[in-house]
Ligand binder design. Structure first.
Ligand code: S3P
Length: 433
C-alpha cells in the first residue's frame, strides 16, 4: 500500500548492527566464560550464527534486548552433530570457515539457503588452504566440508575488498602458528579489528594492511563480557532515504553506528543535496554512534567512485533509488561485488528501477541511472516485484512504495526482510501519520 499522501514524522531506532552482532556472538563464543550482549540484531542471519555456535557447545539465550552467552572457550568446542545451517548469511559461513579450519579436531559441513548456495566461497577457502586448511568445496560454493588443522601464518593480498574474507583470515591467523598478513585493495568495514584490539589481541592495522600474531589453536581468549551493539547503519539507510524522498518528512533515526567504513551513504546523500543533521555523537561498543535527522530534500545526480564503494556496499540498492529520484544522470562505478550478494543486485536494481519507469544502463561493474527529478515522477503502475531472498532489494522496493505513487506488489516480502529487519514494516508504519 502506498503512503504517498501522508506525512512522515517522529523518531525510530533500528535493529542492532548485523555485522557487529555476528562478531559479538562469535567473540563471545570463542572466549571462555560468560558474556552479556545488549541490543543484538533481531534478524534471521544473527540467529543462524547463534544456532551454529550452539552446535559447538556454546550456550546462547536470546532475550528481548539482552543475550547471554556461556562458552567453554574455542579450544574446547565440540564437533557439531549435524550440518551447520548458515541460512541466508554469508558472514556466518565465511567467518565460521576461518575458525573451524584452524581448530584441529573439528570437522563440520556448512550449508545455506538457495541464495547462499550460489555465493562464491573460493575467496575464503583458497587463502585458508594456503595456510594448510583442509576444505572440500567442489565448485567453490556451499555446501562445504571443513576438517580443522594446525595452520601456519601466511601473507594474503586480497583481490577484492571484503570484510568477510579479511575477518575469516584474521580469525584463522589468530589460532595459527606464526604471523598472518592481510592486505586489502581498499579499506572494508573494520569491526573485527576493533573487537580483536578490544580483547587485547596483538594486531597491527595500518590502513589496508593488517598483521596478526598467531597464538596457536589452544589459545584461550577472555570472554567478551558486557558488550553493547549499536544500531545498524545499513537499516537506518532505508528510513533516511525514505524521509529524503518523501514529499513531507522530518524524522530522526537514533543511535546507529557512524563507523567511517560504514557510512559512505551519508556522505553521498549529502553530496546529492539531502538535508541531514547529525547529533548526539557518542561511543558504543568501541564504535562511534550518532542520531541523524532526515528531511524532505531535492536531490541532484552524483557520480560514485570505486574507492567509495566498500563504505556503502550494502546501501547501493537504496542509493540507486535515491539516484532514480534525483535531477540528472548518476554514474556508479566499481560495482562488481554487487553481482555476488544475496542476489545479483546490479541486475535486481536495474529490474526494479525499470518497473518504476526509470531508464538505466549497466555493464559488468557499472550502473547509470537517469533520474526522474523527484520520487513523485516514479511510475504509478501496479506491478509485481520478486526480491527473491534479498532483504535489501525488498526494503528498497518498499521505500519506493512509501515515497512515490507507485503500487508495487512485493512478493515474498516478509520472508526476505526476516534476514536483517523483521520489524521493518511496523517501524516504518509508525512514522507515517
Ligand atoms: C559484511 C561484509 C560485506 C557486507 C555484508 C556484511 C560483514 O560483505 O556486504 O553484508 O559483516 O563482514 P563482503 O565482505 O562480501 O564485502
Amino acid at each position: 500500500m502506498s503512503h504517498y499522501r501522508t506525512r512522515m514524522r517522529g523518531h525510530l531506532t533500528v535493529p542492532g548492527d548485523k555485522s557487529i552482532s555476528h562478531r559479538a556472538l562469535l567473540f563471545a563464543g570463542i572466549g571462555a566464560g560468560s558474556s552479556t550482549l545488549v541490543g543484538l540484531g533481531t534478524g534471521a542471519d544473527i540467529r543462524s550464527t547463534a544456532a551454529c555456535l550452539r552446535q559447538f557447545g556454546v550456550t546462547i539465550t536470546i532475550g528481548d534486548d539482552v543475550t547471554q552467552v556461556e562458552s567453554p572457550g574455542f579450544a574446547l568446542w565440540r564437533a557439531p552433530a549435524s550440518t551447520l545451517d548458515c541460512g541466508n548469511s554469508g558472514t556466518t559461513m565465511r567467518l565460521l570457515l576461518g575458525l573451524i579450519a584452524a581448530h584441529p579436531g573439528l570437522t563440520a559441513e556448512l550449508d545455506g539457503d538457495p541464495s547462499l548456495r550460489k555465493r562464491p566461497m573460493a575467496r575464503v577457502t583458497q587463502p585458508l588452504m594456503a595456510m594448510g586448511a583442509l576444505i572440500q568445496a567442489p565448485d567453490g560454493r556451499p555446501p562445504l566440508m571443513v576438517t580443522g588443522q594446525p595452520l601456519c601464518g601466511a601473507v594474503h593480498v586480497l583481490p577484492v575488498a571484503s570484510a568477510q574474507v579479511k575477518s575469516a583470515l584474521l580469525l584463522a591467523g589468530l589460532f595459527a602458528d606464526g604471523e598472518t598478513v592481510v592486505v586489502e585493495p581498499l579499506p572494508s568495514r573494520d569491526h573485527t579489528e576493533r573487537m580483536l584490539l578490544g580483547l587485547g589481541v596483538r594486531l597491527d592495522s595500518r590502513g589496508t594492511r593488517h598483521t596478526i600474531q598467531g597464538r596457536g589453536p589452544r589459545t584461550v581468549l577472555p570472554a567478551l563480557g558486557s558488550f553493547a551493539v549499536p544500531g545498524d547503519p545499513s537499516s537506518a539507510a532505508f528510513a533516511i532515504v525514505a524521509a529524503v524522498l518523501h514529499h513531507d518528512a522530518d524524522i530522526t533515526v537514533r543511535g546507529f553506528s557512524h563507523n567511517p567504513t560504514r557510512v559512505g551513504f551519508l556522505r553521498v546523500l549529502q553530496r546529492m543535496g539531502a538535508r541531514l543533521e547529525t547529533s548526539a555523537e557518542t561511543d558504543v561498543g568501541g564504535e562511534p554512534v550518532a542520531d541523524v535527522r532526515a528531511r524532505t530534500s531535492t536531490l541532484t545526480a552524483t557520480d560514485l567512485d570505486p574507492s567509495e564503494v566498500p563504505s556503502l556496499i550494502d546501501e547501493l540498492p537504496i542509493l540507486s533509488l535515491a539516484a532514480a529520484a534525483a535531477e540528472g544522470t548518476s554514474h556508479f562505478h566499481g560495482l562488481a561485488e554487487l553481482r555476488v550478494k544475496e542476489s545479483d543486485r546490479l541486475a535486481a536494481i536495474a529490474r526494479l528501477l525499470s518497473l518504476l519507469g526509470v531508464e538505466t544502463h549497466s555493464g559488468a561493474d557499472w550502473l547509470e541511472i537517469v533520474g526522474r527529478g523527484g520520487a513523485a515522477h516514479l511510475a504509478a503502475a501496479t506491478v509485481s516485484f520478486l526480491p527473491g531472498l534479498d532483504h535489501r532489494m525488498a526494503m528498497t522496493a518498499a521505500v519506493a512504495n512509501l515515497t512515490s505513487p507507485s503500487a508495487l506488489e512485493i512478493s515474498g516480502f516478509v520472508e526476505a526482510v526476516a534476514s536483517s529487519w523483521p520489524n521493518f514494516s511496523a517501524a516504518m508504519a509508525q512514522l507515517v501519520q
